[in-house]
Design a protein around this ligand. Sequence first.
Ligand code: TRP
Length: 331
Amino acid sequence: MSRVLTGDRPTGPLHLGHYFGTLANRVSMQRSGHEVFVVVADYQVLTDRDAPGDLRRAVRELVRDYLACGLDPDTTVIFPHSCVPELNQLLLPFLALVSVAEMSRNPTVKDEIRLSRRGTVSGLMFSYPVHQAADILFCKAELVPVGRDQLPHLELTRTIARRFAERYGQIFPLPEGVLSDVPLLPGLDGRKMSKSLGNGIALGDPPDVVAARIRRARTDGDPRIVFDPDGRPEIAVLLRLAALCAARSPQDIAAEIGDRGAAALKALTTEAVCNFLRPLRERRAAIDDAVVTEVLRSGIARARDIAAATLAEVHAALGADHERPLVAVSG
Ligand code: TRP
């Protein structure tokens, strides 16, 4: 069994793209006995904006989404990284292990700078991948399930672990990335399903919202429904969505609709999505505020224990453990 760490920025409700892309995989890793850590990357929200918005609410809603999907807080550790000071202290020695050139070359950071369309780039934008290395290494994670865009960050994390070992001694295992094998679920307009593009279906969306979103999806005029992603991309988006939610193949659904056209396909898709989301919504409704508070409290406590132990090891390796002034570790 391995230690697994992954996480999300708390920037809004999770959608079906997240579910099929990563959440389902986290739940199955948890069920097969891996020790799963989920970091709520609240500091990362500040990379491309001046203020994080209603962060408290966003974090708590994210925790609700996790629990609704089946993450079990008795075994899975869920914590916002801002609440783990010992993790944050790892940033300083880690920054010494990477060059400014390496930070400037990161392709994901470059894309984010371009997309943020801001006149200035903050120091956090450049250095957050080093902080992300602290997210991963503080608990000595071995497996890191991520999307393709996160691979440069993972490579940097491995570089930091390797250089730390060369200079000070081996503390950290080299974490391996685990790419999700589910094909990307596109949004209803065919682009990547994304919070900011508004083309997704959130896990908490009620049936009337789901129906309205699917009704607005574009289709073509051909009443015969076939699964042809290149020739009929708009129809393929709906077929994929229905297929994932109903655990069937897109071809099978296309055959069932036959020549009854886009309206019948939209009706079937709406029903499949609503049936899929119903149990999640019911579980979500049963999670009250006190549960969320307790999940965060216990997740933070566990993360802090582990981070304090790792920080003590790092200080000892650096020769900076004179009076252990920074960490409260007994013994
Ligand atoms: N950068 C990730 C994202 O934007 C979130 C994240 C923060 C993360 N720390 C992490 C992912 C550590 C994996 C491991 O989605």
